[in-house]
Structures are given as structure tokens and as C-alpha cells.
Design a protein around this ligand. Structure first.
Ligand code: PEP
Ligand code: MN
Length: 339
């Protein structure tokens, strides 16, 4: 809360306001404005009526300043959110979680082999799109329900959790029996109706940053899901569009520590969409973890050259294996562990 005193306010007036703020539980910071005393009340008293301050002697104006994203804000859960999945895998806390797999589910053979390779590399989650948001309507649009069934089948075979993208409200019910985590893609970060519905499900959600979204916009989108009562939410930096053309997007590594400061939600990095070229993915993955990421979402394909989407940014299986090994060595330097 901010209380602006009148220029004519007496010392006693100021003292009385300070005492009332302290009584409510505020830490009071004073600064002198242009001939005026400004009192900043820091802290979050359970309930108070700002109008009571507006009428005190010597007060010019008083107003609340509260974060626009109350539930996503770090203050809501200062210790940080840890999401526990049915098999005991946790995202958040000390862990660095590895999620990997192809951009799209293409066939039983392809997704089974992918799952085996992700498992062998040390991943905990298998990714793979069954519903694909493609820039062109003529590109492969995904296998739909058949893809979901295959994800579940090979997830169960390998003991991997399954994460896949939801693009519209009608897909939520269809997906629920098959998946462990919903992924909201960059293009849907501000599909507010979808976000609201995901607030009502009781399954974790990974929310990706939009292609041109500010950090505050990401947090406000998170607020849509949290305000529905679904607190099992994580965020993901996946690169933003800038003037740069050498990479597909610009992986905003700085968003990771900034988000970690502003929110209690786990923050992951997606270096694959972040740079769009496989040769740069390992460097960005390591950088994301060094910057404090709680996990990585990465594309890997058994045969990237034959991938039906995003082959150029998909790691070869042996690259993923080597990268996870490097991440295991790096993580302890920043106080983390790769499971
Ligand atoms: C994906 O993960 O394959 C995807 C489409 O990602 P994004 O929404 O970040 O573009
Ligand atoms: Mn992709």
C-alpha cells in the first residue's frame, strides 16, 4: 500500500498513519517526494480497508499496489511449487527433469523407438505431438487420438510419463485418459478459454511462452489456470521472435532467472524451438540449466532426417544421451540434480 501525505501534514499526522500501518503488519518505508512524504507499506496483511487510510488527517491519497498475478506470484508460495506425478516423479525443487521425444507422433515404431531412446538417455517424460499446430494447413497435422493411444502404450512400456499438446477445449476430455501432462503451445498461450478450462482439470499443465509474449503476459496466462484451482502448473521458455534470423527464435535465457524470481512455478526451457537448429540445442540446454531451469523439453527423433515435423532441430538419440550426461555434470554446480 502507498500513502501519500499532504504537503501540510504535521509530524503527528505522519506518525499516526505509520502506527496504524505497523499495527496492520506492514513494514513502512518512507520517502520524501516533492514536498510530500510518501509512506510505502510492504507486506501482505490479511485484510485491510484502504479507505480507512484515505480519510486520516493529513492524507492526500492512499492506494493498494498488488501484483496483477496474485496466485502465480512468488509471494503466494515462497518455497516454490513441486509437482508430483503418479509414478513419484517430481518437477521442481532440486530436480532437473528431462522431457524428450519427437515433435510429432508418426507411427507405433517411431514413437516406441523414441520412448526407448529417451528412457536409455535418462529422461522421465516422453514428449510427442498428437495434435499439431502447424503454420501451414498443408503440413502434417498429427495423428490425433491414435497418436494419444500410442503415446500411452509406449509410455507404459517404458515407464515414462507422457506430455503432449492440447490445442482446443474439445480435446481435453479426449486426452485425459491417455496423458500425464497437458502442454499448451506458444500459439495458444493466450487462448484464454482453453486456459480457463485447464484450470478445472486435475492434471498438470506445462504452459509455453508465446512467440511474442512478455514475461508479465506469461504470468497472467498462468493466472488463468491457477485461478481455476489447478496449481500443478509449470512454465516453459521456448524462444521468442526477434529481428534475428540466424536462429529460428531467440532463446531468452534471461527469462528463466527472471521468472524464477517472480513466480513459484517450475520453469523449464525448450532449447529445440528456442534455436531451431540441432547443433545449437546442447549449448542452450546447458545454458538453461545453468540459468536455473527446473527441466528441459527437447526434441529427439530416431531418424531426424525423416521426421514429419521439426527434423532440423531434433537431436539424434546419441546426442541426447551425451547431453544428459553433460547436464548431470553441470547440475551440481548450480545446486541441482538430474534424476
Ligand atoms: C512443440 O512442442 O512441438 C511445439 C509446437 O512447440 P511451440 O508451441 O513452442 O511452438
Ligand atoms: Mn516441434
Amino acid at each position: 500500500m502507498i500513502v501519500v501525505m499532504q504537503g501540510t501534514a504535521s509530524k503527528e499526522n505522519i506518525q499516526a498513519v505509520i502506527e496504524q500501518m505497523v499495527e496492520l503488519g506492514f513494514n513502512v518505508h518512507r520517502t520524501s517526494g516533492e514536498g510530500q512524504m510518501i509512506l510505502a507499506g510492504v507486506g501482505t496483511p490479511a485484510a485491510f480497508d484502504v479507505a480507512e487510510f484515505q480519510v486520516l488527517p493529513g492524507v492526500q491519497t492512499a492506494y493498494r499496489i498488488s501484483s496483477p498475478y496474485k496466485l502465480a506470484g512468488r509471494g503466494f508460495r515462497p518455497e516454490g511449487t513441486v509437482i508430483t506425478f503418479p509414478n513419484g516423479v517430481k518437477v521442481g525443487g532440486q530436480n532437473v527433469t528431462i522431457m524428450a521425444g519427437p515433435c510429432s507422433v508418426e507411427s507405433r515404431e517411431q514413437i516406441r523407438l523414441s520412448a526407448q531412446q529417451v528412457k536409455a538417455a535418462g529422461g522421465q517424460f516422453l514428449r510427442g505431438g498428437a495434435y499439431k499446430p502447424r503454420s501451414s494447413p498443408y503440413s502434417f497435422q498429427g495423428m490425433g487420438v491414435e497418436g494419444l493411444k500410442l503415446l500411452r502404450e509406449v509410455g507404459d512400456e517404458t515407464g515414462l510419463l507422457v506430455i503432449t499438446e492440447v490445442m482446443e477445449i474439445s480435446q481435453i476430455e479426449v486426452m485425459l485418459p491417455y496423458i500425464d501432462c497437458f502442454q499448451v503451445g506458444a500459439r495458444n498461450m493466450q487462448n484464454f478459454n482453453l486456459l480457463r478450462e485447464l484450470g478445472h482439470v486435475r492434471k498438470p499443465v506445462l504452459l509455453k511462452r508465446g512467440i511474442a509474449a512478455t514475461i508479465e503476459e506469461v504470468l497472467l496466462s498462468a493466472e488463468y489456470i491457477l485461478s481455476g484451482g489447478n496449481y500443478d502448473l509449470m512454465l516453459c521458455e521456448r524462444g521468442i521472435r526477434t529481428f534475428e534470423t540466424a536462429t529460428r527464435n531467440t532463446m531468452d535465457i534471461s527469462a528463466i532467472p527472471v521468472l524464477k524470481k517472480l513466480t513459484h512455478l517450475p520453469v523449464l526451457g525448450d532449447p529445440s524451438h528456442g534455436v531451431g537448429k540441432r547443433e545449437f540445442v546442447p549449448a542452450m540446454a546447458l545454458a538453461a540449466v545453468a540459468a536455473g531451469a527446473d527441466g528441459l523439453l527437447m526434441e529427439m527423433h530416431p531418424n531426424p532426417d525423416k521426421a514429419m515435423s521439426d527434423g532440423a532441430q531434433s537431436l539424434f538419440p546419441e546426442q541426447l544421451e551425451k547431453l544428459v550426461e553433460q547436464l548431470r555434470q553441470l547440475a551440481p554446480v548450480v545446486g541441482r540434480t538430474v534424476a
